[in-house]
Design a protein. Sequence first.
Length: 331
Amino acid sequence: MTIAEPVWPRVGDVVDEIKHVLARSDDIVCLAHKDADADSLGSALAFAASMRAMGKRTHPTVPDPVPYMLAYLPGFDTIETDPANLDTLFTFDCATVSRFGEKHRYLERAHCVINIDHHVSNEGFGHINVIEPEASATGQVVYDLLRALDAPIPRDAATNLYAALFTDTGGFRHENTTERALRLGADLVALGADPGWVALQSYNSRSVSQVRLEGLALARMRVELDGRLVWSEVTQAMLAEAGADVQESEGVIDQLQSVGTMKIALLFKETAPSVTKLSVRTRDEFDATDVCRPFGGGGHRRAAGAEIAQPFLDVREQVLALTRRLLQRAG
């Protein structure tokens, strides 16, 4: 039996309701998800910048740890650790409540939660949900909402939205790079975003420790099943050897998925003695969420992840067994 995907409200369906909420809100909290990427944090900072230009008090925030690798995003220095006023809460690029980490309690305290996302697996936890699974990035949904609200998009907001779109399409290389996404990129450049600067900061401004860590991870790369399965790992010992933080491992999965024969790429990260993070990338008929969902994770067809409260070696064994079965079943 095929389970039908939920039909979510479009921006146009809820814009009047959101206008009403904003009219009575002076303080707006803009919450990104845990281990925020540029789509989540960039969307939060962009919306905050727009609302600030309208005279609102805005409070961008993110669960610990603060993603210092995104410090180049305009407004990063305005991030607050624990906003006092939680009257109105906007969330960005987060499909599940668990992805808010310790800040999941904000959803219980806020008078109104507006959930903005592009994951088809979104739980619909908001009082108002704006979910557009066909959007290339949550930043695209935010742009549509700001336009529908007749809200300003200052240069800093445009830069953050461009970073959100650029990184979630892999620098306009992934298959979610649509005509609409490319046109939006041009519109954001017209509003002041600098595409060369965003590209430099996103992909070519790595620390020495990050490069060393990637070298160690690539040296441990394993290839199986005629090159269709590619995987590697980042352990606590490797982090210590490279002098790196686990946040600096974000680029490793991109290297693994660059192997030409790859169908599924896996990266295992030992973040604590009994906590393992999994990153998955896929091609062709394989769905990354098929690997992550059995372990409580999720994401998109081509990119998904999970955080698993089990020792590193146990997770590695279980995930590899599942992935091998998926590939062998496909022939």
